[in-house]
Design a protein around this ligand. Sequence first.
Ligand SMILES: [Zn+2]
Length: 274
Amino acid sequence: MSFLFFFFFFFFLVIFSCKQAKKANDWQKFCPILKELIELTKQKCKYIDPHAAPYDVCVDMYERGVAPKRIAEIFEQVKKDLVPLIEKVKTKPIPDSSWLIGNNLSYDIDLQKKFSFDLAKELGFDMNHARLDVSEHPFTGGAHSTDVRMTTRYKLTDPIDGLMGTVHETGHALYEQGRPGAPYADLPVSDALSMGVHESQSLLWERMVALSEPFWTHYWPKLQVAFPSLPREKTAADVYRVVNISRPSFIRVEADELTYPLRKRKRRSYSRGR
Ligand SMILES: [Zn+2]
């Protein structure tokens, strides 16, 4: 069996095992599989460039041409500016979110799906050449710019989480759907440029647009119509404060605008093994 075939086969086993571990909340069982994946990835990197550090080879696969040294500089700058800002924000009172998100609240999943579907369409997502489904972890994929598949996930007790997932993935999907068609389709020039460029499009929509007050001025009345249990007296400004609460999270897709970059920085240290 070729190494590449084995690697892809093993990768599916990793995804399956990760799901099982999450379900059982038993991450010890997942540890040996994760270790094996790391070793196999190192081996793969050695095949690609036997002289470079595995981390640098991985960086080049996802962010072609960007020197790891440059990434280190960016993260240092981010840390320098963000840490004091987070310290300052931590001293401020956290806005009350219990009227919008909480275990005592319930938002019909089918209604959430419909709202997300309509929202994605309004942002420009072409449903005639794409799908929006549900998965454990939101993602965007698909075989072609004319066949884009994106997923989100919904929480019964939180109408914002699924919505933000949809906006983020719509950013990825719009980039995919915007890739050139004929006569450039399927040529290297129509390929997605890099993971960083892709993520810049999703974060533009999620962070710059959907976390802004004007976005909620438009969508809060619509959300109130979709979910009549939402309090009438609350305004777009109230939602704006809730969606921008800064609180560290172990779950990447739930991290906020302030702590997300530091989380990424930490993950980079783990990936480099230091
Ligand atoms: Zn993304």
